[in-house]
Design a protein around this ligand. Sequence first.
Ligand SMILES: Nc1ncnc2c1ncn2[C@@H]1O[C@H](COP(=O)(O)OP(=O)(O)OP(=O)(O)O)[C@@H](O)[C@H]1O
Ligand SMILES: [Mg+2]
Length: 476
Amino acid sequence: MSISTNTQGAQGGGNNLALIASHSHISGLGLDDHLQPKETSQGMVGQLKARKACGVILKMIQQGKIAGRAILLAGPPSTGKTALAMGLSQSLGADVPFTAITASEIYSKELSKTESLTQSFRKSIGIRIKEETEVIEGEVVEVQIDRSLTGGHKQGKITIRTTDMETVYELGNKMIDELSKEKVIAGDVISIDKANGKITKLGRSYTRARDYDAMGADTKFVSCPEGELQVRKEVLHTVSLHEIDVINSRQQGFLALFSGDTGEIRSEVRDQINLKVAEWKEEGKAEIIPGVLFIDEVHMLDIECFSFVNRLLEDEFSPIVIMATNRGISKTRGTNYRSPHGLPLDLLDRTIIIQTENYSEEEIGKILSIRCEEEEVDIHVDALHLLTKIGTETSLRYAANLISVSYLVSMKRRSALVEIEDIKRSYLLFLDSSRSVAFLQENESHYIDDAGRVSFGTSSAAATAVTAGDKMDTDP
Ligand SMILES: Nc1ncnc2c1ncn2[C@@H]1O[C@H](COP(=O)(O)OP(=O)(O)OP(=O)(O)O)[C@@H](O)[C@H]1O
Ligand SMILES: [Mg+2]
């Protein structure tokens, strides 16, 4: 008996464009409509309490009313902290900004630590800008274009209708170009922005569906609009505060958005933008969407960064900050004192903590089976049992890493099904950390130690202890 996955996919695996990353099996938090976690859903297994708590946070973010909160995901290694954040980001929807950084990223040579943090914070704030424009929307009845003999001068007419009216518009050079660029023909339903003359094709009219049975399968059919030809429409754009900063910082210009090379942005620029955005908000032109900033491995921030984060959290435009750490009571970077999770107490005091717990054997089994499916590996039930046992005794990550290795081992004996033997083989080929540590302790003398000492040879009795330093001295 085997747990079968899509074997066709396994063969075509190489053609798969998306790489299989460590969290690619996760597509959400796996909650039901009442934000209750399902045992296994959207690639998520167990960790119910933490998932439920993340569900509450999700609700808070979606309501968009609360900003500047800090949440800490704390728990032992490989208990799904990063996975939870990834699941949360996928449940958020496209409009809410989500920025993920690893704390070590802020130690870059180009930006100061505080600038780097500020940029991350501002990337996580969305500004939804409302714009009202007047558009002409209707079905094209006829396009008529006359070109002069030299081709330089063009003129024409376009007839557009709704179910209630029909009008003929004169066309200038620019509109003619725009129409030919969009390949507009009779029967298309189009929308023309009156302010900038931009034409958008909305689809083909149903009334013409019969005339063109040679249309591609992706042709979208829409009904002919009703009522007036000219309508007022509200258009929404969402940009991040950081994008507004970059576009307005004169030295950089918007090209920096594409290169990512934004440099430091002057605080005057930011102050002005804050004022402007607040003004837009007052006038009802813009809405502020507090997004999420996820700082993974947050214990890598140092004391200066932590106090800066404290400050940023109190800012008027602050996102919800989710941090993750696997540290227990440990030293805060840049200080001599130890504190819970390596975070200074004043930041901890502002934080609500979500605890993640180690997985049961059953849960590890389920996660590993999901990973096998994700990696398109067929595995025998007994082999999965062994892998689960390895997972409980070593670590979830080690067991997950054995999946792809064992698959290659099984391929070598020309079998597409991973069996117990393949798992055993790869277990012997690759050490987990505890076996590696045991080996190190046993053979300590064969490795160079802190003082530069090492002994060569197989038996430690026969081996002569040499200090690396000594040897150098005797070299000519
Ligand atoms: N509840 C879960 N359901 C499904 N997959 C999970 C779950 N928890 C963890 N995983 C998977 O297990 C692996 C390790 O988890 P993850 O990287 O999230 O651990 P972590 O808590 O961030 O660990 P660390 O502290 O070392 O960063 C990942 O591939 C992750 O997708
Ligand atoms: Mg992690």
